[in-house]
Design a protein around this ligand. Structure first.
Ligand SMILES: [Zn+2]
Length: 475
């Protein structure tokens, strides 16, 4: 009887597993069959190369793609014209997929393996044309899976503008756009395939503006009050402060206006500051002390000061429950191999990177799983990760060893290598979303981990305060 029971159980599970497997495979082959369709969309966005908050055509194309598939579109999220949410609502848990589509100023480049600019235009040097497109492909594939399998679930594509310095997602989080979401999935173009726990620095950036009195610098200097003196006094104090902040803090500045001529006492000067650290609260403390230094500088130089918040993001809150799941899915999707033409292209790019022994087989493999990352830059995904359990990955859309924000990244993103990497991301995110819709236990576990890591008395503080979206920051 026991034997019979076990056999029956095994039979039952192999039937149901087989059923699930078949349907998951169908979702993957659906993505594969639309490779050219999605490749063309990514290529159009690569051509548009629109900068933060100016991504009108890119946003419209992704909206159209999702609308044509029956998604409901809501635009103007958080007062940002190019931000949107596309939703398929069938009750159940809500899973969000992030998509970005902004380009970087001055980085235009032809899709060739040598430096060849397209002039003063922007370029997709961070691969966000692939980012937005693969995420839209994921949302569509998951929607089809939900429908075919009659599963209760809501899939949402978040069209997130201005990641590069515009902190677009922070306004969306501040507005509560993620409040009812159970998990968020995202990815980023990369030179390798990896689904490790990421890390990012929290940051606050602001422009400090000083106003003085201009006068002839030789004939009547006593009548003048130098705004540049105030900038220098502030910088002096902040530079002394470096000794008295946690040693892994980062403080950087540029003087964006320092007067026009030495014989005129400058009546206006401006300095643009960033403060960063792996913990939000340390950044808040450093920034508040920077403001005090600015106030002191104004007081001591007889000038006045005001500052404008420009950007501000949280660090990344990793979720290992989701991360391990995504890693396993990435392994099962696997990497890809180059065609002869792609290999030749990659080798030419490789020669320009100044690195010996580039491993051109890297896109075929997956970087081994790691539970901790080293923070380098900052991302507005950080704020999302404090609002909802969030998981991300990277896919090899660039030739191995290529740094982000380089012409080499634009070049690979404009040809088939970028498109192949994008498919790896779309398939891995699709499997991850399907897993989450299939297991309320995993969602529960992820939520528990999220609440524990975020600490019980956590209060969200938007790092750019109450300011309106800086829609003109690239104009
Ligand atoms: Zn990016």
């Amino acid at each position: 009887m026991k034997l019979f029971h076990t056999t029956l159980l095994t039979l039952f599970f192999s039937i149901s597993l087989g059923y699930a497997q078949k349907h998951t495979n169908k979702a993957l082959s659906e993505i594969d069959s639309k490779q050219h369709f999605y490749g063309d969309i990514a290529q159009s966005i690569w051509e548009y190369a629109e900068m933060g908050y100016l991504e009108e055509k890119s946003s419209a194309l992704l909206q159209k793609t999702l609308k044509d598939e029956g998604f409901t579109i809501k635009t103007g999220i958080a007062g940002i014209p190019t931000a949107f949410i596309a939703e398929y609502n069938n009750g159940g848990p809500v899973i969000g997929i992030l998509g970005e589509y902004d380009a970087l100023p001055g980085l235009s480049q032809e899709a060739v393996p040598e430096k060849k600019s397209r002039g003063e235009k922007a370029g997709h040097a961070c691969g966000h044309h692939l980012f937005g497109t693969a995420s839209a492909a994921t949302a569509i594939a998951v929607r089809n899976w939900l429908k075919e399998n009659k599963v209760k679930g809501t899939i949402r594509f978040y069209g997130c503008p201005a990641e590069e310095g515009g902190s677009g997602k922070v306004y969306m989080v501040r507005e509560g756009a993620f409040d009812d979401v159970d998990a968020v999935i995202h990815w980023h173009p990369s030179s390798v395939n990896a689904a490790n726990a990421g890390a990012a620095l929290a940051n606050k950036s602001a422009k400090f503006r000083f106003y003085g009195v201009s006068a002839h610098a030789a004939a009547a200097p006593e009548k003048g009050r130098s705004a540049l003196d105030a900038v220098e006094a502030m910088n002096y104090m902040v530079n002394m402060m470096r000794e008295h902040v946690p040693s892994d803090s980062r403080i950087h500045y540029v003087i964006t206006s320092g007067g026009k001529a030495p014989n005129v006492v400058p009546d206006f000067a401006e300095v643009y500051y960033y403060a960063r650290h792996a913990k939000r609260d340390v950044v808040i403390d450093i920034f508040d002390r920077m403001v005090k230094a600015a106030e002191g500088a104004a007081l001591g130089t007889g000038t006045t000061m005001e500052y404008e918040m420009i950007g501000g993001t949280h660090e990344l809150l990793p979720n290992l429950t989701l991360q391990k799941l995504m890693y396993d899915n990435l392994v099962s999707v696997g990497g890809y191999t180059y065609t002869t033409e792609e290999k030749a292209f990659a080798e030419k790019i490789g020669k320009t990177l100044g690195i010996e022994n580039v491993d051109y087989d890297a896109p075929h493999s997956i970087v081994p799983y790691q539970e901790t990352g080293t923070p380098g830059g900052s991302t507005d995904v950080g704020d999302v990760s404090f609002a909802v359990p969030t998981v991300g990955m990277g896919a090899a859309t660039w030739v191995p060893e290529t740094p982000a924000h380089s012409w080499q990244a634009v070049a690979a993103g404009g040809m088939s290598i970028g498109k192949k990497g994008m498919m790896v991301a779309a398939k891995t995110m699709t499997l991850t979303a399907i897993d989450l819709f299939s297991s309320s236990e995993t969602l529960k576990k992820a939520k528990k981990e999220f609440l524990e890591k975020r600490v019980p008395d956590f209060k969200y503080i938007p790092m750019l305060d109450e300011r309106d979206p800086a829609l003109d920051y690239r104009k």
